[in-house]
Design a binder for this molecule. Structure first.
Ligand SMILES: Cc1ncc(COP(=O)(O)O)c(C=O)c1O
Length: 380
């Protein structure tokens, strides 16, 4: 670990629990200490001592155009000069809401919030208010933020930090959540039948939206790197929200002008450059090169990719649920992570997180990364 990062981490541990403001950042899954970022641009980040990395965390998703994308930074600067927060409706909220409704026809109305957690929390309250039912079905290992009733067999940091069922969640809350194995449709049907008229919602991650998903929850990318979440759906359901309906939901910073401006700029730029096509292309190249590297490895590895998101499990195929993922050799993952980090490639510091490619990753970045992956696999 670089010197200034080490000093900062020591200082952070004195005043911030675990030295971090979100658990996975602490690198406990892979050992060692986190580095502190000095700046980031495009697909690169530089730590506070100036070491350069090709980044595949991308702020855990929002940096889909790469870091400090000019369109988003310009939009934020313009918005900031007009005021940082009003607590009064501003035109950008309408623009972003219209864009989301236009892109997602199932979303007729959308309410902006400040994080994914807040979006899922409010969404669950709304569906409970709308249906008059209390129970929620989720799936083992799926993470929906740190909402009390969703921290049951949750994934992400909750999984790797040994507390998929968090302390501090009253048993009576957790009892309203039914967590089922992923990819077992018959079991979902059976559970729905056994709990007839009791299930308010089925919440799914990612979104193979069948089996009665009532609302759409959005986050990360729609905020362009600023704190944003949103949830939306049919007008009939959304109208149950305050001030129209009886389900209370509020937020002083919701619809914040900087966040709306960054999100709008990012989404419009994605559309302008046909970002999805570009990401699929980069993802395909990365997949081909990685599969080639894996073919030469002598350990069990399973590689998954969808669009710009990917994961390299240190476990044999096939992996279709949490049980499969948990067969991963975490020691090998930790060795791989550090071998890549040393060589200037930053993957998420946990076997149970995803890699993100951005539109700012160049074919050269992808090739350099594949070379590092091959070397790192050889070093295990
Ligand atoms: C599917 C999903 N839902 C909700 C969340 C929580 O979002 P936030 O961290 O913004 O609260 C996450 C975060 O990783 C997520 O991946």
């Amino acid at each position: 670990m670089t010197r200034r990062s080490s000093e900062l981490f020591a200082a952070a541990q004195e005043c911030i629990p675990g030295g971090v403001n979100s658990p996975v950042r602490a690198h406990r899954n892979v050992g060692g200490e986190p580095f502190f970022v000095g700046r980031a641009a495009g697909a690169k980040i530089w730590d506070v001592d100036g070491k350069e990395y090709i980044d595949y965390v991308g702020s855990w998703g929002p940096a889909i155009l790469g870091h400090a994308a000019k369109v988003a930074v310009d939009a934020v600067q313009t918005a900031a000069a007009r005021g940082l927060s009003f607590g009064i409706p501003n035109p950008l909220e309408v623009e972003l809401a219209e864009l989301i409704c236009q892109w997602m026809p199932s979303v007729e109305k959308v309410r902006m919030v400040n994080s994914g957690t807040e979006a899922t929390m409010s969404c669950i309250r709304l569906v409970r208010g709308f249906t008059g039912r209390d129970k929620v079905i989720k799936f083992d290992g799926c993470y929906h933020g740190h909402v009390d009733s969703l921290l049951v067999k949750a994934g992400s940091g909750a999984l790797t930090h040994g507390s998929p069922d968090s302390a501090g969640v009253p048993k009576s809350f957790a009892e309203l959540t039914i967590s089922l194995p992923f990819n077992d449709v018959d079991l979902v049907r059976k559970t729905l039948n056994e709990n007839k008229d009791e299930i308010a919602a089925v919440i799914l991650e990612p979104i193979p939206a069948n089996a009665g998903l009532y609302l759409t929850v959005l986050g990360k990318v729609i905020g362009g790197g600023l704190p944003v979440g949103a949830f939306g759906g049919r007008t009939e359901i959304m109208n149950r929200l305050s001030p129209d309906g009886p389900v209370y939901q509020a937020g002083t910073l919701s619809g914040n002008p900087l966040a709306m401006a960054a999100g709008l700029a990012q989404l419009r730029e994605l559309e302008r450059i046909d970002g999805w096509e570009l990401l699929e292309k980069l993802g395909t190249t990365y997949e081909q090169l990685t599969r080639d590297a894996i073919a030469h490895a002598e350990i069990d590895i399973t590689f998954h990719r969808i669009g710009s998101m990917f994961c390299l499990f240190f476990a044999p195929p096939s992996i279709v649920d949490l049980g499969g993922a948990k067969r991963s050799n975490l020691k090998n993952f930790a060795k791989f992570f550090h071998a890549c980090l040393e060589r200037g490639v930053y993957f998420a510091p946990s076997q149970f997180e995803t890699g993100f490619i951005s539109t700012a990753h160049t074919p050269d970045d992808i090739e350099a990364t594949a070379k590092v992956v091959r070397e790192a696999l050889r070093s295990i």
